[in-house]
Design a protein around this ligand. Sequence first.
Ligand SMILES: [Zn+2]
Length: 452
Amino acid sequence: MERRALLCLVLAGCLLAGLVLFILLWAVRGERWAASAFNRHLYNNQGILISGTVLDRNGEVLSTVDEEGDRIYPGDKTCRKATLHVVGDLYGNISTGALKAFAQQLTGYNLIWGAFGAERGSELYLTIDTELNETAYQALDGRKGTVAVYNYQTGEILCLVSSPTYDPLNVPSDLEENDKYEGAYLNRFLSSTFTPGSVFKTVTLAAALEELEDLEDGTWTCSGAVQIGDGTVTCAAAHGEQDIWGALSNSCNVVFGQLAVELGSQTMERYTEKAGLTNSYSIDGISTAKGSFDFTEEASGDLAWAGVGQGKDSVNPCSLMIYMGAIANGGKAAVPRLIQQVDTPGLLPALPRFTHWTKRLIAPDTAETIAEMMVNNVQTAYGTKRFPNMELGAKSGTAEVGGEEKPHAWFAGFLQNEEAPYAFVVLVENGGSGADVAGTVASKVLRAAVGT
Ligand SMILES: [Zn+2]
């Protein structure tokens, strides 16, 4: 009797444990099970999601399901291309697009009702502004790269374009083999890393302001090149005598290379990590790519080159944009987000979406000084006429990528404008001069963003 009772007890225990495990998994993974592409209630036999509507922040419908149950994109060709990487394609090739990454929210799944009523699906409002995306797409003019603008106080991404792009309703037949479409499925802003060039000087500058005494009283003379170890660090021109403000607006490699060496590899590494450039951020559950840096080669010129954003430096555009937001906002910035609101028919009202904040990326005093210096860059080097009514601070970058290739053009910064607290990043791959090429794209997009 005793043994049988024990056996029954063990069996009952197993049943209970199994039940608990199932309920746990159901609660945690139920959404994922329901949103599986094998679920014929939500996906057709081509694997196309046939539930849910994607809208922009102004309620413009970007993708929905028509009466026949087919997924459609109501916008015109320019709209479809300009929003492709945030909305997503039909077949889930763009893994960071809403149709793939936010499939769970689009199906309106909830724990109690499951995917019941999924024929209607949810209305998912993105934070982006379609018109601004179209402006950015046109400003890139077919060149590879990315443009993004976000509100560093709320986290809303207002503009996000990645290029090359294509029309999801007329997928080019040579998409896989034509160089023109290389990496078209990638959202370069979220998932790629690139040589930063001089935009990285804002990190070396933060370290130098905090670690080197009387930095702002010093002057340096640039003769166009300096010997460091076995290497030579060069500038595009001889910048002559300059203080640190001048060195930043001239983007002087000679000064910043020497500063990096003076700071040493460990300090450079510490400030790069602190700035969040080696982090992966979660953008509504989408993980961004981590940047990577190598400051170990102290003896040769490598550390100096790493300090000016060359060498093995590689940065993710999104993490750079967040750092720009933190400079403008006293050291911390809102973590970007793409989902504005999800309206699900049925029981549950839309939950409020909270703003998440980064940890401290930069000390408040340092952030304030760098912000002033970046505003000075615009006044002395980039031209305020190109950026009216913005209170803009910026840093350009012209990142050498080796070989015969033209350098990557960068322009990154922020607006310290109460009505438009935006940080932004522009990258034109192999575009040439940062201030000219990426600066011109930034000018068009920011003017549209603030309405001037
Ligand atoms: Zn120089």
